[in-house]
Design a protein. Structure first.
Length: 212
């Protein structure tokens, strides 16, 4: 089979996401920001802004909604950072805020039947699958075509998930989080997150078949 499988795509995304989150200075930045250091808060935002925007964009697939979620999420972080007690990791706490806002958006708006894989933003086109490796001009045309088709099929498969299933799937495969952390984010048990992921995976496989 030409190209890479969905699992290989997901593994690359997860590795990149985990690497982006592992910043050794996060705890010190949080404590400084809690003491009123605005520069520390700005650094904290920069450490996670792309992860938050990517998660919101992956879930909502709307640049406007993703920007709204981004702004609202960090506003909530700013207002509530004093209450953060380090009883969970900062990414878990942050993603809990982001996913709650995204779930509200998903539940309130009407589901669009067709949305483009590439959308326009002030910074230029943003590909829903922008974390996938782009093919070089000299790449095998057959492989390039297969990868494009795979991306389109993934979009169709994701449309068939419920908001919660999609949330769990995105957090596991695109953000690289463990099921225990996903459960914490969604206020559920690890087993509940596991069951939700299983249902999502089965639905994805029913559409993607052997590609998963």
């Amino acid at each position: 089979m030409p190209g890479r499988s969905v699992a290989e795509f997901m593994a690359q995304d997860a590795a990149e996401a985990v690497g982006a989150r592992l910043t050794p200075q996060v705890d010190s930045l949080i404590r400084a920001a809690q003491r009123g250091d605005h520069g520390a808060f700005e650094q904290l935002v920069r450490a996670y802004d792309q992860s938050v925007l990517r998660l919101a964009m992956n879930l909502l697939r709307s640049p406007e909604d993703a920007r709204d979620v981004y702004q609202e999420a960090f506003l909530r972080v700013y207002r509530n950072l004093h209450a953060f007690r380090f009883d969970c990791s900062f990414p878990t706490w942050l993603y809990r805020i982001v996913t709650n806002i995204c779930l509200d958006h998903l539940r309130k708006r009407k589901v669009r039947k067709e949305e483009p894989a590439v959308v326009e933003t002030p910074d230029g086109p943003l590909d829903r699958m922008d974390s996938f490796e782009e093919e070089a001009p000299q790449a095998d045309p057959e492989r390039s075509m297969w990868n494009r088709q795979l991306r389109e099929r993934i979009e169709v498969a994701l449309e068939g998930l419920t908001p919660r299933e999609r949330m769990v799937f995105e957090l596991r495969h695109y953000q690289g989080l463990r099921l225990r952390n996903i459960g914490e984010i969604l206020g559920a048990t690890e087993e509940a997150a596991k069951n939700c992921l299983f249902r999502a995976t089965q639905k994805m496989r029913s559409v993607l078949g052997d590609c998963v």
